[in-house]
Structures are given as structure tokens and as C-alpha cells.
Write a protein that binds this ligand. Structure first.
Ligand code: NAP
Length: 266
């Protein structure tokens, strides 16, 4: 198989560092450049933690794409920047694999149209951990039998968006099979605003932010006399990399947008 030429955006970030190492150590992957809004003109090897990687750093994504013509962009940045990077990649015929969270429904619709127009694959996955994807699938299965559900997502306190992309995706998947229902007492009142969390089709999502956490979620189902808890924990960012690799390999054969790793895992 010929080499897949890859650009990583956000290489100094916690996820980006893992992705750089993944690409550097994978046999048929070639890390041709990285996108960073700092250190343009240097190589990764000049920064802490990237010994031996003579990969050029660009702050201008268009210049990077023109000079290196990569096959895939892996984006692990912030929502606004990630959206710009993803659109630019598609304009340049580069297939995006996006881990950046916080894209809106409108953003996704716009990218879906762009993928169709360009006949190019793009994978956006709010959670690349295979275990988290299974948690979502199991939750969808359970929701057929349990109408009442609360989602509690727990993340480190540097996370910018709430609720997490995984929590929203879980709620969407549950909604596909769960009859819509307003949960709790119909006269329920919050004495402190926000106490019942965010409301998604009547189910509640609670976001916990604490130092020490990485990415965790539990989905609690309740019915008469029983509860069921489905929980997943990511203890480090390496837990996401097998999913990133699966997405890179898969996106090469796609011509549309796929949102969520669950759509490429049997
Ligand atoms: P992080 O450590 O804050 O990293 C983000 C990086 O993006 C930083 O190095 C930041 O640089 C850089 N950046 C900001 N603007 C940029 C630009 N214009 N060009 C290039 N790089 C730019 O965050 P993280 O924990 O790695 O997470 C990154 C994203 O992935 C977030 O959206 C997070 O929610 C998401 N995430 C996804 C998964 C998944 O499985 N899909 C898992 C964990 C996290 P500065 O610090 O210098 O601004």
C-alpha cells in the first residue's frame, strides 16, 4: 500500500501530540507537515518532546496544502479553527479526520454539502475511543427498553465545550429509539438554575469539570425497581489513537461525511 501523506493540526496539544506520535510510528503513514499558529518556519524537532521529527511547521494551512499535497488532515484544535481547517482541507482535495469537538448542527450540514460537492470523505468523531463508541451503541440498545435516562459526562477542567460531543451524540442515538418523554415530575422546579442539567428531548445531560479527570461518561437508565449504568473511562489520550488510525484508513475510501466512529465500527 502506498504511503498516506498526513498533516496534523494542533501538534502541541494533548491530543495532537499523541496523533503526531501515531503518524510517526505507523508504517505506511508519512507526517509531511503540521499546522500550528505558533512556531511557523521551524520544525517539530526544535520544540520540546518531538526529538528526531524534522517535520515543517506552518501557520498558513493553504500554503501547507499547496506545498505538500497531503491525503489526510488530522485536526485536533478548537471548534472555530477546526471548522476553518476542515473546510479548507475539502477545498484542497484533502480528506479531513476531525477529533475537534464543538461543531454545531449547521457546521455539520455545511460540511456534509461540501463533501458531496467535492465527492470527498471526511470523518468527524467527537470520541475516538472504541470503548466509548461501544458505550453509545449499548446505550442505544438499552434505550429501547428503558425510556428514562440521564447522561453524566465528566471531563478535565480545560475542556471548552459543554456538554461534550460524546454526550450529545449519545443523546441523539438514544433519541432514535426512545419515545420522546419529559422526565421527572411534571411540577418539578429548579431552586438553583441548571440543577437538572441540559434538556435533550426530555432527557437530562449533566457536565462535570474537574482537574484530574480525562474523559468519562455514564449513562443511567431507570425503570420500576431497577437501574442500569453503562460507563466508559478514558484514562489517557493514547486511548483515542486506535480510533484515529481506523478513521484515517477508512476516510481514504469514503466520498461522503461520516459523523461518529460508531458508523465505521461494526
Ligand atoms: P489542547 O491541549 O488545548 O490542544 C489544542 C491545540 O490546538 C493547542 O496546542 C493549541 O495551541 C492549538 N491551536 C489553537 N489554535 C490553533 C491554530 N489556529 N492552528 C493550529 N493549532 C492551534 O486540547 P486537546 O485536549 O488536545 O483537544 C483538542 C480538541 O480535541 C478539542 O476540541 C477536544 O475537545 C477534542 N478532543 C477530542 C477527542 C476525540 O476522541 N475526538 C478526545 C479528546 C479531545 P495553543 O495552546 O498555543 O493555543
Amino acid at each position: 500500500m502506498s504511503n498516506i501523506k498526513i498533516v496534523v493540526a494542533g501538534p502541541r496539544g494533548r491530543m495532537g501530540r499523541e496523533a503526531v506520535q501515531l503518524v510517526a510510528r505507523t508504517e505506511n503513514y508519512q507526517l509531511v507537515a503540521v499546522i500550528d499558529h505558533k512556531h511557523s518556519g521551524k520544525t517539530l524537532a526544535e520544540l520540546d518532546g518531538f526529538t528526531g521529527l524534522e517535520t515543517p511547521i506552518y501557520d498558513n494551512i493553504e500554503q501547507c496544502f499547496q506545498e505538500h499535497k497531503p491525503d489526510v488532515l488530522i485536526d485536533l484544535t478548537t471548534p472555530e479553527v477546526g471548522m476553518y481547517h476542515t473546510k479548507t482541507a475539502l477545498q484542497y482535495g484533502v480528506r479531513p479526520v476531525v477529533g475537534t469537538t464543538g461543531f454545531s448542527v449547521d457546521d455539520l450540514a455545511e460540511l456534509d454539502d461540501l463533501c458531496k460537492e467535492k465527492e470527498l470523505g471526511c470523518i468527524i468523531a467527537p470520541n475516538f475511543a472504541v470503548g466509548a463508541v461501544l458505550m453509545m451503541k449499548f446505550s442505544k440498545l438499552a434505550a429501547k427498553y428503558f425510556q428514562d435516562v440521564e447522561i453524566i459526562e465528566l471531563h478535565h477542567d480545560q475542556k471548552l465545550d459543554a456538554p461534550s460531543g460524546t454526550a450529545v451524540k449519545t443523546a441523539q442515538m438514544i433519541s432514535e429509539v426512545r419515545e420522546e418523554k419529559q422526565q421527572g415530575h411534571h411540577n418539578e422546579k429548579e431552586t438553583i438554575q441548571g440543577a437538572r442539567g441540559a434538556n435533550f428531548d426530555g432527557m437530562h445531560i449533566h457536565s462535570v469539570r474537574l482537574p484530574g479527570l480525562i474523559a468519562h461518561q455514564q449513562v443511567l437508565f431507570g425503570s420500576e425497581g431497577q437501574t442500569l449504568t453503562i460507563r466508559h473511562d478514558s484514562y489517557n489520550r493514547a486511548s483515542f489513537m486506535s480510533g484515529v488510525k481506523l478513521a484515517v484508513d477508512t476516510v481514504m475510501n469514503l466520498e461522503t461525511l461520516v459523523y461518529g466512529l460508531e458508523n465505521i465500527i461494526e
